[in-house]
Design a binder for this molecule. Structure first.
Ligand SMILES: Nc1ncnc2c1ncn2[C@@H]1O[C@H](COP(=O)(O)OP(=O)(O)OP(=O)(O)O)[C@@H](O)[C@H]1O
Length: 276
């Protein structure tokens, strides 16, 4: 697999705090990578740096480099970045007043010239993507009238029509019920493109990501397969809770569970300290 992205010695320092500290990893074409870690670990900040949002890499607080196809990401135009990356981020305030159809058309913009018209092909692509996320009937609905989960599915459909090489998702399963959590992550997996997503649910991450990157306090703690990263002792240290691991009978995937040590003995079936 060829290398698409190379993140080298990436640090982001603000007064009294390192948001990211000396992050190094490469992303190969076709990988599905989950960025995991506790609240405030730096997951979203890392996605922002990888995609150079708001030209963040030009900030004096940020050092190190991000290269896309062996070229510094800072040398790509905004349109080129949009052609390479489809983003599904958490904050989308600017699109709230638009219809679903208009939100979807935004996904086609990186591939359009100023004067290109909506074609039947565009409309078919939009309808197909909405169908994939179960929202074909919502085409003319206002985006702000949809539930949080429906909005998330529209944004994922928009990323599908954008047809970029790299899909960046910030907590794609937030707001989704269990059916759509699995449906969306299965869909993302079947796209056969490179995916980098932040995920809070470690068991979903284990099931759908071939590689996990564990962050804590701005540092990369571990980078590897779910088997290598979802190690109870390591997770326990990072998340501050005792942890156990098991293998899911149906899927064969590693699953982890955390528990509160209970002084009243309610959870006494769990060991005092994790054995791994
Ligand atoms: N522009 C900024 N200036 C100062 N601090 C920032 C800035 N952006 C993020 N931070 C801080 O950096 C830390 C990491 O934030 P980030 O949003 O990347 O964490 P996260 O791992 O995505 O967290 P969560 O799981 O809660 O979404 C947080 O403490 C946050 O307050």
């Amino acid at each position: 697999m060829s290398t698409l992205l190379n993140i080298s010695q990436l640090s982001w320092q603000v007064p009294n705090k390192a948001i990211l500290h000396n992050i190094n990893f490469t992303v190969r074409k076709g990988e599905v990578i989950g960025i995991i870690g506790p609240n405030g670990a730096g997951k979203t900040s890392l996605l922002r740096c990888i995609t150079n949002q708001n030209n963040i890499l030009a900030s004096a607080n940020v050092t190190g480099s991000v290269q896309l196809k062996n070229r510094a990401i800072t040398r790509y135009s905004t349109k080129e970045i949009a052609q390479h990356f489809a983003l599904v981020m958490q904050k989308n305030d600017s699109i709230f007043a638009l219809s679903v159809q208009d939100v979807m058309k935004m996904g086609l913009l990186p591939h359009k010239t100023l004067f290109s018209l909506d074609s039947d092909h565009d409309k078919a692509q939009i309808n197909l993507a909405l169908k994939k996320v179960g929202l074909e009937q919502a085409l003319h609905t206002n985006f702000n009238q949809l539930s949080g989960g429906e909005q998330q599915r529209v944004l994922i459909a928009r990323a599908l029509v954008q047809a970029s090489q790299i899909l960046i998702l910030d907590e794609p399963t937030t707001h989704l019920d269990v059916y759509y959590q699995h449906q969306v992550l299965q869909l993302v997996n079947k796209l056969n493109i490179t995916v980098i997503m932040t995920v809070h649910d470690l068991n979903l991450a284990s099931l759908y990501c071939q590689r996990l990157i564990l962050l804590n306090q701005g540092q990369l703690i571990c980078d590897g397969s779910p088997e290598e990263v979802l190690v109870p002792k390591q997770l326990s240290q990072v998340f501050g809770l005792p942890c156990q691991k098991s293998i899911d009978e149906m899927t064969g995937a590693i699953q982890v569970s955390f528990y509160l040590p209970d002084s009243h003995g309610k959870n006494s079936q769990f060991p005092e300290s994790p054995d791994e």
